[in-house]
Ligand binder design. Structure first.
Ligand code: HEC
Ligand code: HEC
Length: 153
């Protein structure tokens, strides 16, 4: 009896987890300020701890930008990201430099998105999550929250 109840519970909970990536409540204010000014403050679960460490260690040359943070905020942001990081074995290799958009998990979740949308002027870059996910800032990635009508089911 107990086993059946647990399986039912998991079956219902898992899909919901995949399309909700809420910001962990212990996110330091500096994370949103420092890491949410040029792009979305990405959910920490989408990269593994080693990859966040690599990102944080290379902020002076961050995808062609200088994203250096203050010596006070750096360690706080780093430990926040590492403590909520995703599992490397589930995400897959993120490349060098690490990108969420290069992980196997990201590619798998997006394999049905036609190539032309990644180049669409409304989108420009796969890293521009909000161009397609209207609710990204609130952690909503569900199929009903897709901004581009042609991509909605
Ligand atoms: C000065 C602007 C700027 C700031 C500040 C900034 N970034 Fe970025 N970030 C970029 C640019 C530009 C890219 C490349 C975006 C693209 O390819 O479209 C990027 C890409 C990324 C990516 C890879 C996205 C992908 O393709 O999967 C991650 C992860 C990332 N940033 C994390 C951070 C973190 C963590 C911080 C805070 C410490 C931060 N960024 C602050 C400009 C910035
Ligand atoms: C070109 C548009 C586009 C961009 C840009 C984009 N996505 Fe998506 N994403 C989609 C579509 C379409 C789906 C499939 C929705 C569905 O069928 O549930 C999806 C699915 C997802 C899912 C899975 C939701 C679920 O129900 O399992 C996650 C998580 C996700 N995206 C996160 C991101 C993140 C994070 C970024 C930015 C780094 C991003 N996406 C950028 C279009 C996009």
């Amino acid at each position: 009896m107990k086993t059946i109840a647990l399986i039912t519970l998991l079956g219902l909970a898992l899909p919901a987890l995949a399309d909700r990536l809420p910001m962990p409540s212990d996110a330091p204010a500096s994370f949103k300020e420092e890491c949410g000014s040029c792009h979305l403050a990405y959910p920490p679960a989408l990269l593994a701890a080693d990859d966040w460490r690599r990102i944080m260690n290379g902020l002076n040359d961050h995808f062609g930008s200088d994203a250096t943070v203050s010596p006070k905020n750096g360690p706080k942001i780093k430990s926040f990201l590492e403590s909520h990081a995703g599992r490397a074995d589930r995400l897959g290799n993120a490349g060098h430099p690490p990108r969420i958009t290069q992980t196997q998990r990201f590619i798998r979740k997006h394999h049905e998105v036609p190539a032309k949308f990644w180049r669409d002027p409304r989108v420009k870059s796969a890293a521009n999550c909000e161009a397609c996910h209207r609710g990204a800032a609130n952690g909503n990635y569900g199929e009903h929250d897709i901004a581009i009508p042609e991509l909605r089911d």
